[in-house]
Design a binder for this molecule. Sequence first.
Ligand code: DGY
Length: 423
Amino acid sequence: MSESRLIDTAAAREILRANDRDGHTVPTDGLYPFQWSWDSAITALGWQTFDEDRAWREAEVMFDGQWGNGMLPHILFHGGNADSYFPGPSVWGSRTRIPSSAISQPAIWATTLGMMLERAADRKLAETRLAPLVPKLVDYHRWWYRERDPDGTGLIVSYHPWESGMDNSPAWDKPLARVPEVEWTYERRDLGHVDSDQRPHKPEYDRYLYLVDFYKRHDFNSRVIYEECPYRVIDVALVALLHRASIDLLPLCAHFGITEGVEEVEAGISRTQAAIDRLWNDERRCFLSFDTRADEPLDVITTGTVLPLFAGLASDAQASAMLELIEEWLDASTVGLASTHPASPLYEPKRYWRGPIWSHINWMIALSAEAAGRPDIAERLQSDTRRLINEAGFWEYFDPDAVAGCGGDRFSWTAAVALYWLA
Ligand code: DGY
């Protein structure tokens, strides 16, 4: 059976090599021609399986683009050819040495770098390369708690659907609909690479761009943006992934003798632990994101809504409820796990984050299920992901009903997940 067939590791390595641009890996050629933060963090784990030096380089190049205030941008626009992607650095109003976007992405770096230290075959190399990155990780985490939770609620906020990494998730439909549309015209580049039925619609793009303009217009002033940004959402996945990464960061700080700023990270961890239950929804059997402008939960079950499992943020009862939900959800499509629950009227199996499967999310949920004592769910996710890659290829995402690849082909994080999790 195809799901038990071995993964083609030679093909996966070849994808990473082909997507290598002198120290950073593009997610896929064409559609995403620069360095994306969470793609890069996942991709480094794949590099580590066959080229440890190159894996550490991926992280070093990313952290070279860290802002002075600690923020790690979601895109670094290395090198020339800025016009190959829209919106490029001039639209963002970038003023940094390495041009960048002005928002971040899920903070998974401390988690993946911690795993890399643990898995390192060359321990000395790992120690040498990771040591200078740890204070940068601390600064990054402090930035999240300070700038995105200035009132100390325990729940950081997000200012853009792109910051979630789950850009077009139906969870963001309502808060995004309240954002004005830009009136200027522009040319989308994504539609030159991928079918429009697998990408966001124009009204969504008009609003994405309004937000990009908004930060620039307010000179990236974090207090003003916190108070006035029309889109301000508590994204439960962003909260959970930061929380898990903060917990993973503490032993790294202890190991490398870093103390500065660690108290702020510890305080952030405690505040989130105390606050997370505000997002729990008994009826839905998961946590829900929250629109702080409309003061209402975002009532859509997505793979993001169960990620508190990955962060150890769920009580035993909450964890069992979510695992039961995940089992039924797996049964609802040919292969799992669909990014939006197939029973939702908003489920679209091919469109970006509105239904397709992502391999790195399956990996996170499998790790969570295993830690919660459900290796059967973990194995099912693993064999489904293997089947998708074996039958369809190393695609950006997969249609859960048709068992087919969508979005960008020869995709770095899919190749990386195959190398470190499935091979
Ligand atoms: C895109 O261009 O779709 C990216 O996901 C934005 O980060």
